[in-house]
Write a protein of this length. Structure first.
Length: 580
């Protein structure tokens, strides 16, 4: 991961990121270009893989997918779709101590939610345990692998550094017969965890540390979520990954940039074992997002320490979290398209993601009037028993969606910020003597207010001007600068509204040696009681709306139900962080 810049201004700006090269892969065929597409098109032109394109998405089932994975999902599944190929869904389930079926199911659900499907191509590294072990015995028999009985600390100490070569293990000279015997006894479960490992016999003096006799098998006495207690030795990722790709006949194994130094080991495995196919590995820059942490270790810590309410907390950068917040798969795909695919690590500002969500929701989200900070408005000259019908467009630019209906009544709810007893200069909403239009209804003139014992305004009084009804002839002759939304106090429905904001208050949480948890945003969630126009009473879980003047909201997928409305704010109408 690149080091964060010394101040927020150096982070990638909204405009810079939005201008990223076109050609990222999304749910549809991209008509732009990037270096991965160039490689694939060149391979198709030269017939390198017989005209085939086969990619794979290989998560480890030890946590929930996050926004960084969304980029990889869109790239791997997207290029396969774009070139008429296939993308394999494969779980790297080689560490039973950290893996659970819960994570498997969540990952599959998230990939489907993102808009992709693997068809019949669902695989697990554990599908290949027998073949991986057979190759391990072959390597031992050829003298290319040996059993090392050093502790993990001893192996680490002897590995060397970037400037100092490693030292040979004292067990490197074991005979083939002894190594084979020990390996088989490891497999039979005779030894405790850490007693032995199997290492490739490569070059302890290689300038690439990954080639200094890498460990390819370790002992783990843990029950596996698929194979149970059958195995007590498990292969490591670099070994498993290369062979799995070869067994599945993957053509383009697309990884993030941190695996670039591992590619020589990948190539060695597929070139020195009798695998049925020769895949190739390519690397692209991972996603680094400001105001977020994408480290799996840190995400687990946030959950376990109770800083968030679980993996699907809408403040979390997990895919289950952003889904619950109201983000859409199309918005996520649009974001991935805008940030592009490159070989250079960089930082993407959170505002780029938020703008992609806005741009996706704006043309599709039905509008609704919701008052988040209610203040009672009484129209003193409006009949107390009258309910005057009003209508408004479901969407201002999509007349085919029709209109929504509600009633104007004598008592309304308005936003507290829409009244000021002593208004500042340039304030065009309600104040004593001032006139504003009630949206979709009449112009009203403020006549005064009531206060409680502490001086807090509790009720605002006004009078409506009868000839100013919106949509009636001559109504527009009365010009006013203010236009405020409202909800009937008679028909309005209450709702719990959760105002979510960025989880961290700074662009680069934990920069330097700072504890990243000290950078948590104490205002990342505010829960309020709001009043909604009556049509929202029928809101369905995961239905999204634009609350006029406030932003985009979603009916909570778990907590929202008839009679108990709960809405989560997905994103504000415009970026409010540029002013902070």
């Amino acid at each position: 991961m690149p080091k964060p810049p010394p101040h927020a201004a150096a982070a990638t700006s909204d405009a810079t990121a939005a201008a990223a090269p076109a050609g990222s892969e999304t749910g549809g065929v991209s008509h732009g270009t990037n270096f991965i597409r160039n490689i694939i098109e060149d391979d198709l032109r030269t017939g390198r893989h017989g005209g085939r394109v086969a990619t794979r998405f290989p998560p480890e089932p030890n946590g929930y997918l996050h926004i960084g994975h969304a980029k990889s999902i869109c790239l791997n599944f997207g290029v396969a779709r774009a070139y008429g190929g296939v993308c394999h869904m494969r779980f790297d389930d080689t560490n039973p101590a950290k893996e659970e079926t819960e994570y498997v199911e969540s990952i599959l659900d998230s990939v489907r939610w993102m808009g992709f499907d693997w068809g019949e191509h669902l695989y697990y590294a554990s599908d290949y345990f027998d073949q991986l072990y057979a190759y391990a015995e072959l390597l031992v028999e050829r003298g290319d692998a040996y059993v090392d009985s050093q502790s993990a600390e001893q192996i680490r100490a002897a590995r060397g550094t970037l400037t100092e070569p490693g030292q040979d293990s004292p067990f490197r000279g074991r005979s083939v017969a002894e190594n084979l015997d020990l390996l088989r006894r490891m497999k039979a479960g005779e030894f405790p965890d850490g007693a032995h490992v199997l290492r490739l016999k490569m070059d302890m003096r290689s300038p690439n540390i990954n080639l200094r006799d890498p460990v390819i098998y370790r002992i783990r006495h843990h029950e596996h979520h698929r194979t149970g207690k059958r195995w007590v030795i498990y292969p490591l990722y670099d070994y498993t990954h290369a062979i799995s790709d070869a067994l599945e006949k993957i053509t383009h194994s697309i990884c993030t940039l941190e695996f670039e130094d591992h590619r020589p080991l990948y190539d060695w495995c597929v070139e020195n074992l009798p695998v049925p196919y020769r895949p190739y590995q390519y690397e692209f820059a991972r996603l680094n997002l400001t105001y977020a942490v994408l480290s799996k270790r840190r995400l687990i810590e946030l959950v376990e320490l109770g800083h968030v309410d679980g993996w699907d907390d809408p403040r979390m950068p997990t895919l289950v979290g952003v889904r619950r917040r109201g983000y859409t798969p199309e918005g996520m795909q649009l974001f991935c398209e805008r940030i592009g695919v490159s070989k250079a690590d960089s930082w993407i500002d959170m505002s780029v993601l938020e703008q992609a969500i806005r741009d996706d929701l704006e043309p599709r989200a039905p509008r609704a009037a919701v008052v988040l900070d209610p203040l009672k408005l009484v129209i003193d000259n409006f009949p107390a028993d009258l309910r005057e019908p009003c209508t408004a467009p479901v969407h201002p630019h999509r007349p085919e969606l029709g209109r929504r209906e509600f009633a104007l009544t004598r008592e309304l709810w308005i936003e507290r910020e829409d009244f000021a007893e002593q208004p500042p200069k340039g304030y065009f909403r309600l104040s004593p003597g001032a006139e504003v239009r009630l949206r979709y209804a009449y112009v009203v003139r403020c006549t005064g207010c009531e206060k409680d014992a502490d001086g807090r305004v509790t009720v605002v009084h006004c009078e409506y001007l009868p000839d100013t009804r919106s949509g009636t002839p001559g109504a527009d002759a009365k010009k006013v600068k203010g236009n405020i939304h409202w909800v009937s106090a008679v028909d309005g429905v209450p709702a719990e509204v959760r105002l979510y904001d960025r989880l961290f208050a700074v662009p680069h949480p934990g920069a330097g040696d700072r504890d990243y948890k000290l950078d948590l945003n104490p205002q990342s969630r505010t829960v309020i009681r709001a009043w909604c126009e009556p049509g929202l009473a029928a809101a369905q879980p995961e239905q999204r709306f634009q609350f006029e003047r406030h932003g985009y909201f979603v009916a909570d997928r778990y907590d929202c139900r008839p009679g108990a409305l709960v809405f989560n704010r997905a994103v504000t109408l415009k970026d409010s962080w540029t002013k902070r």
